[in-house]
Structure formats: structure tokens, C-alpha cells
Design a protein around this ligand. Structure first.
Ligand SMILES: NC(=O)c1ccc[n+]([C@@H]2O[C@H](COP(=O)([O-])OP(=O)(O)OC[C@H]3O[C@@H](n4cnc5c(N)ncnc54)[C@H](OP(=O)(O)O)[C@@H]3O)[C@@H](O)[C@H]2O)c1
Length: 327
């Protein structure tokens, strides 16, 4: 089968589109004929060998094949699998608990990371949800549940996760401010953002506005700057960002949250996301939360598409459409 292999850390040029052995499912695993995947910010961070990726493999990633999101049809199941059977259509995120390998024609996934795909959702649409949509909804409905009327700011709002977060926050009745670069602001308005800001022009922590919730997918600031922009009982949720911002959120966040009324920290990860898949599927069917798809590319073009994502040339999601010789 064809796959995008990562032999070492580096730029998109290190990635190889090659033939590898088709996997077979172990106990508790499902073999999925993968019809679509999508790119995430975490893919180029793993490709480059960002610090978090190197914790699992200092010189090269321990995972041979890149990619985390899958959407496809069950081809076979390993022993002990009870939830799925051949010909079921599924989608899921291999990232938790620590898996990769989605940029491939076939994938073996643990049963517990997969959900049934709603029949009205295409594989390409389904492939946009697992990492971006699930983390967005878990962040907004985590320790502090989003409330109607909340003032919510989403930083990195034009990215894969951000475009889901804007729509989810609007669905729950929040007043939403989306922050991203100029070329993404019109889309943010079109998916419901009440206010938009260009991060290259305005520092949202210095405008004097205060928010009930700040969701930052690309955190770069000190916790003291965020604290300035939070309301009395507001909450900062950091999903991704610089090493220093993540370190502060992890170490200082719980401390600062304890001594003050403002809460700050890393997004909660619910390892049982099935309820979130159900909610997102219902919101899709109701037309309330739909994927923002920038473009669809074949598997062989993953390296170029990752380059564009890293350079900020993507609004929302890039979908990988996976062709099979026998389809
Ligand atoms: N905590 C978790 O559970 C978890 C799991 C998976 C992923 N993540 C993290 O989540 C992060 C976001 O992922 P994603 O897939 O949404 O990435 P993405 O699609 O690349 O989106 C990031 C967005 O942020 C914008 N941006 C860049 N710098 C910015 C700044 N200083 N201020 C405001 N916006 C800025 C980018 O626009 P421009 O490039 O045009 O500037 C882009 O639109 C990644 O860092 C990833 O590691 C976290």
C-alpha cells in the first residue's frame, strides 16, 4: 500500500511517498481501508521534531508513517473487537493514545478511538473532525462549560481547530472574537465570528476587552498577559503553542488558578471522546457546525500541503483524498 513515511525529522522534503506493507489488526484493533485524512498543525510539529515529538523519539519519530485523522471503511477486525464489523464506515483520531499512521491507504486503529461515521457525512468531511473538532469541543465544554452570552476569544481561529471552535462557541450562544491573519478574517465572519482581529495588527491582551474564555491554539504569551484579558472568573485554555507558553500553562497555570479567581491551563483531554463525536455528528446534520475545507489533495501531495499549512497558506482544513487501485 502507499503511505507517507517520515524517516527522520526535517522539512517536507524528508517525507517519502512509498510502498509499505499493509498492516494486519492485532487484538482490539480494527483494519480500516482509509478513504480520507486531514492535516493538523501537530503533523508539521512532529515532522520538524518539535520538543514534544522528541520526547517519544529524540532522533527520529518512533512512528514510521505520519498523520492522525482517518475516515474509511472497516475491512477486518482483530480478536476481541465488539463495536465494529467489516463494512462499517468509521472515523477517528490515532493521536490518543499516542498513535500515528493516518497518511496511508490502510490503517490499524484501536477500537476505542473509532466512531461510526454519520451516513450523510462524506469521508472527506469526516476526516476533518477527529483531532480538530474533538479537541475544540472538549476545550469549550471542559472544566468551564461554555455558557450562552459568554464572551469567548479564539486565537488561531482560522486554523483547523479554530474554525471548529468558532462555530461550536456560536452554537452554544457565545459572543465570539476570532483572531488570526488578514486573509482568514472574512471566513471567520462567514462562520459566525462577531468580531475579528488581525494578530499582526492588534495584541488582544492590550485592547482593554475582557473575556469569559480565551482558547488559544497557538499560545505565545506569558500567563500574566493572558490574565489581563480575562474577566474576574474567566478561563484561559491553551491547546498548542510555544514551548515556553505550554510550560507556563502546565506548571504555573494550576498555581495561578489556585490563588486567584481566573483559571489558566492546558486543555483537558477526555480519552473517551464518543459523546463528543455524537454531538459533533448531530451539529453537522443540523448544519450548525460544518468543516471549513480549504482544499482536497491526493496522498502524494501531503509534503507540499504541509508546507503550505506551516506557511499560513491554509484556511481551515486540508483534506487528503485517498484513492485505492481497486475502487
Ligand atoms: N493539546 C492537545 O490536545 C493538542 C492536540 C493536537 C494538536 N494540538 C495543537 O493545536 C495547535 C493548533 O492546531 P491546528 O491544527 O488548528 O493548526 P493550524 O491549522 O495550523 O492553525 C493555526 C492557526 O493559527 C494562526 N496563527 C499562527 N500564529 C498566530 C498568532 N501568533 N496569533 C494568532 N493566530 C496565529 C495560523 O495562521 P497563520 O499561519 O496564517 O499566521 C493558523 O490559522 C497545534 O500547535 C497543535 O500542536 C494540541
Amino acid at each position: 500500500m502507499k503511505a507517507i513515511v517520515i524517516p527522520k525529522y526535517g522539512g517536507p522534503e524528508v517525507l517519502q511517498y512509498v510502498d509499505v506493507d499493509k498492516p494486519s489488526p492485532a487484538e482490539g484493533e480494527v483494519l480500516v481501508k482509509n478513504h480520507a485524512s486531514s492535516l493538523n498543525g501537530s503533523d508539521f510539529e512532529v515532522m520538524r521534531g518539535a520538543w514534544a515529538a522528541r520526547l517519544g523519539g529524540p532522533r527520529r519519530t518512533k512512528h514510521k508513517i505520519l498523520g492522525t485523522d482517518i475516515a474509511g471503511r472497516v475491512e477486518a477486525v482483530g480478536s476481541g473487537v465488539t463495536k465494529f464489523k467489516p463494512d462499517d464506515d468509521v472515523f477517528g483520531d490515532l493521536l490518543y493514545p499516542g498513535g500515528y499512521g493516518a497518511f496511508a491507504e490502510y490503517v490499524c486503529a484501536q477500537e476505542k478511538v473509532l466512531a461510526l461515521k454519520p451516513p450523510c457525512m462524506t469521508f472527506e468531511e469526516a476526516a476533518t473532525y477527529p483531532e480538530s473538532g474533538i479537541i475544540a469541543i472538549q476545550s469549550l465544554r471542559g472544566k468551564r462549560q461554555i455558557q450562552p452570552g459568554d464572551k469567548v476569544l479564539i486565537n488561531g481561529a482560522g486554523g483547523g481547530m479554530g474554525t471548529f471552535a468558532v462555530q461550536i462557541a456560536k452554537y452554544y450562544g457565545a459572543e465570539v472574537t476570532g483572531v488570526d491573519s488578514t486573509m482568514k478574517l472574512d471566513i471567520l465572519r462567514s462562520i459566525g465570528a462577531d468580531y475579528v482581529m488581525d494578530y499582526k495588527e492588534v495584541d488582544f491582551t492590550k485592547t482593554g476587552e475582557r473575556y469569559d474564555m480565551i482558547l488559544d491554539t497557538v499560545a505565545r504569551r506569558s500567563l500574566f498577559a493572558y490574565r489581563r484579558a480575562l474577566k474576574h472568573d474567566g478561563m484561559l485554555i491553551i491547546v498548542g503553542g510555544s514551548r515556553s507558553a505550554l510550560f507556563q500553562a502546565f506548571v504555573l497555570g494550576p498555581l495561578m488558578s489556585r490563588i486567584g479567581s481566573k483559571k489558566m491551563g492546558i486543555n483537558p483531554i477526555n480519552m473517551d471522546p464518543m459523546q463528543d463525536y455524537e454531538i459533533l455528528s448531530e451539529l453537522y446534520e443540523a448544519g450548525k457546525v460544518v468543516p471549513v475545507i480549504d482544499r482536497r489533495v491526493p496522498l502524494s501531495e501531503v509534503p507540499d500541503a504541509l508546507k503550505d499549512l506551516e506557511e499560513g497558506q491554509v484556511i481551515g482544513k486540508v483534506v487528503i483524498s485517498i484513492e485505492h487501485d481497486n475502487t
